[in-house]
Write a protein that binds this ligand. Structure first.
Ligand SMILES: O=C(O)CCC(=O)C(=O)O
Length: 262
């Protein structure tokens, strides 16, 4: 099963929960997993409103020093760790963190945090993976994940708004040819997580509105995405003053790689 339903799953003791186990199995086998009902739908609706107001200047068909064009009418922007969008239930959602720590380890970090904006009329994106097979050796594809992308759409992702197509098993095969992708509908409150090696592609946005998708890159402590952050003006993480000091001890580990002066 590729979709795991987390509605009503208690957030205590998640490392031993059968849902997290099932999500781990799907992720390891197929290279991605859909996590249903991890955030209340009303919360997503208010995050969507917040996004449209706070980031309105970035919702445009133009790359700036603070954004990256990742396809026609499709852009990646950093999100601040503040407000509802920068709250723990987004960057450290308990279900997501339990899964991240099972797939990576307890020392996993957040390497990058932002949004992918697909504007109305965005074309189908090129098929790509977020990071390479690390070593030039056949065994490399069999190794556990070193990083993953978690995506939390702020509108339903479907055939009209454009979902993310994912090629099952492509993280192991090292190619996407010969297999049909899955084009899952991702309802409000659900998210999707894929291995950095899994081939995927954003679908065309045929709706009349922007399709924002919050993303977080979780990685092993030693890994840094070398592909999407070649541009020095594009930050991986944007903190408000005092943010790191306010993070709970457990979640502080997600930022263990961040150098602070104080
Ligand atoms: O827009 C999407 O659905 C996927 C975007 C993506 O995979 C990327 O920009 O790396």
């Amino acid at each position: 099963m590729i979709r795991i339903d987390f509605s009503g799953v208690p957030t205590e003791g998640l490392s031993r929960s059968k849902e997290v186990e099932a999500a781990f199995d799907a992720f390891t086998r197929e290279g991605y997993v859909i996590l249903d009902n991890i955030v209340p739908q009303d919360t997503i609706r208010s995050l969507h409103e917040e996004f449209l107001i706070r980031y309105r200047d970035q919702i445009r068909d133009m790359e700036t020093p603070q954004s990256l064009e990742v396809g026609a009418r499709r852009f990646m922007i950093p999100l601040h760790f503040s407000g509802g969008l920068g709250a723990e239930q987004v960057y450290a959602n308990p279900y997501v963190i339990a899964l991240v720590r099972m797939i990576l380890d307890d020392e996993a970090i957040i390497d990058a945090f932002g949004a992918i904006i697909s504007l109305s009329g965005a074309e189908e994106q090129h098929i790509h993976h977020d990071g390479p097979i690390l070593f030039n050796s056949a065994i490399s594809r069999l190794l556990p994940a070193y990083a993953m992308t978690f995506a939390l759409p702020l509108v339903e992702m479907n055939e009209t708004s454009g979902t993310t197509a994912l090629w099952p098993g492509s993280h192991r095969r090292g190619e996407h040819e010969g297999v049909e992708p899955e084009r899952p509908t991702i309802p409000l409150g659900s998210g999707v997580m894929w291995d950095f090696r899994t081939y995927h592609s954003g679908m065309a946005n045929r709706s009349g509105q922007v399709r924002p998708m919050v993303y977080a890159t979780y990685a092993r402590r030693w890994y840094q995405d070398p592909v999407n952050f070649r541009k020095e003006t594009l930050p991986r993480l944007v903190f408000e003053p005092g943010f790191l000091g306010s993070v709970s001890e457990d979640h502080r580990k997600l930022f263990a790689h961040v150098r602070t002066t104080a």
